[in-house]
Design a binder for this molecule. Structure first.
Ligand SMILES: CC(C)(COP(=O)(O)OP(=O)(O)OC[C@H]1O[C@@H](n2cnc3c(N)ncnc32)[C@H](O)[C@@H]1OP(=O)(O)O)[C@@H](O)C(=O)NCCC(=O)NCCS
Length: 327
C-alpha cells in the first residue's frame, strides 16, 4: 500500500523525484511532447502562483515516489472558493488506487479550506479524463491546444508594418514600467469576458501592484516574461504576454492576450501577436515554438492564431467538482 505524505520543505531530491514522475507521465501519455525541465519543476514547487498558497503531497512505496499532487489555493476576493490542482501517477504504478488516494487527500484539504470548487485540466482521451470522470468530475470547458513554429509563422513583417492610425506599439521585459502600470492593469481586466464555459473560476481584479506581483512570480521561478502592447493615448488598447520557461527554452508559452472592448475589430490582437513574433525572432532565436490554448468557442482568438500559422496540437479539458462530493 502506498503512503501519501505532505511535502513541506522542498529539497533537491524532492524536486528530482517529482520531476521523474512528471517526465515519465508526459513520455507515456503525450509521446513526442517535451517534458518540463528540472528547473521548471523546481520553480513550480518552490514558488506558489500569484496571490495563492499551495499544498503538495507525494505517494511513496518502498521509498520510491509513485505519484504527486499539488493544490493551489487562491486567496483574496473573487477566487477564495477555488482550488486548482495537478496530479500525476508514475505509469508503472497506475491502476492500483494511488491516483484515488491522492485525489481524496487533495479533496480533504480543499474541504478543510472551505473551497466549493476543485478545478483540474486533463488532455482529452487520456487516462486523466477517464479517471476524473470515474471520480465524479464534470467537463466545464473544452480547449484547443495550438502550436506555432516560430520560423514558419506567416506574414509577420507585413502585419507588424500595417498602419493603425492613433495606435503605437510598445514592449517590455519582466515587470511593467511604472508609467504604464495602471493602464496595463486596466487592460488586463479586459480578459474578464474571455469564454470560460461552465467553469466556476471566479473573477480577478487587476491593479498595478497585482500586475507587478505576477511578473515577479514568473521571474522568481526563473522564467522570462515578455509583453507587447499597443497604446492609444494613455490607454493600453491591447496586449499579449509570453513566457519562456527556464531550462530548455525552445517552447514558449502564450499567457494572456486581450484587446479592450472599445478597441476591438481593428486587427490589434493580430498586430501585437505579430510584433511579439518579430521580437522573439530577433532576440530569442532559440525559441522555436509557441504553445497556446483557446476555448473552442473563442472564434476571434482562434482566427488570429490560425492566420499566424498556429496548428491544432490536441484537445484539453477543464474539469470541476465540489470537493464535498469526493470521499
Ligand atoms: C489519471 C491518473 C492520475 C490515474 O491514476 P491511477 O493511480 O491509475 O488511478 P486509480 O488506480 O486510482 O484509478 C481509479 C479509477 O479511475 C479510472 N481510470 C483510471 N485510469 C484509467 C484508464 N487509463 N482508463 C480508464 N479508466 C481509468 C478507473 O475507473 C479506475 O478504477 P479501476 O482501476 O478500479 O477501474 C494517472 O493515469 C495519471 O497520472 N495520468 C496522467 C496525468 C493526468 O492526466 N492528470 C490529470 C488528471 S488528474
Amino acid at each position: 500500500m502506498d503512503k501519501v505524505q505532505r511535502l513541506r520543505d522542498v529539497s533537491d531530491s524532492d524536486v528530482a523525484a517529482w520531476h521523474e514522475v512528471v517526465a515519465a507521465s508526459v513520455a507515456h501519455d503525450l509521446p513526442g511532447e517535451p517534458a518540463p525541465t528540472l528547473d521548471h519543476v523546481r520553480g513550480q514547487l518552490t514558488t506558489p502562483g500569484l496571490r495563492s498558497r499551495h499544498l503538495m503531497w507525494v505517494a511513496t512505496a518502498e521509498g520510491a515516489v509513485t505519484g504527486v499532487a499539488r493544490l493551489r489555493l487562491f486567496e483574496g476576493p473573487g477566487r477564495s472558493h477555488l482550488g486548482e490542482f495537478t496530479l500525476q501517477v508514475h505509469p508503472e504504478h497506475r491502476r492500483r488506487g494511488v491516483g484515488t488516494d491522492l485525489l481524496r487527500t487533495v479533496a480533504r484539504a480543499a474541504r478543510d479550506e472551505k473551497r466549493r470548487s476543485l478545478v483540474v485540466e486533463a488532455s482529452s482521451q487520456t487516462s486523466g479524463t477517464a479517471f476524473l470522470e470515474a471520480s465524479g468530475f464534470t467537463c466545464a470547458l473544452s480547449l484547443s491546444l495550438l502550436l506555432l513554429s516560430v520560423p514558419e509563422a506567416r506574414g509577420v513583417e507585413e502585419i507588424v508594418g500595417t498602419e493603425h492610425s492613433g495606435y503605437h506599439l510598445t514592449r517590455w521585459l519582466g515587470v511593467v514600467p511604472d508609467d504604464v502600470a495602471e493602464a496595463f492593469a486596466a487592460a488586463k481586466s479586459a480578459m474578464g469576458d474571455m469564454p470560460t464555459g461552465k467553469l466556476d473560476y471566479g473573477t480577478t481584479t487587476w491593479d498595478a501592484d497585482r500586475v507587478r506581483d505576477m511578473a515577479e512570480v514568473v521571474e522568481k521561478r526563473g522564467d522570462t516574461l515578455l509583453t507587447v502592447a499597443t497604446l492609444h493615448g494613455d490607454t493600453i488598447a491591447g496586449f499579449t504576454e509570453l513566457v519562456i520557461p527556464v531550462g530548455d527554452g525552445t517552447r514558449a508559452i502564450q499567457y494572456d492576450t486581450a484587446v479592450v472592448p472599445a478597441h476591438r475589430g481593428q486587427g490589434l490582437g493580430l498586430w501585437v501577436k505579430a510584433a511579439m513574433l518579430e521580437w522573439l525572432r530577433a532576440e530569442w532565436p532559440a525559441v522555436l515554438e509557441i504553445e497556446t490554448d483557446n476555448a473552442e468557442d473563442n472564434a476571434h482568438m482562434l482566427a488570429v492564431n490560425e492566420r499566424l500559422g498556429f496548428r491544432p496540437l490536441r484537445q484539453t479539458r477543464q474539469y470541476q467538482c465540489d470537493p464535498r462530493m469526493i470521499h
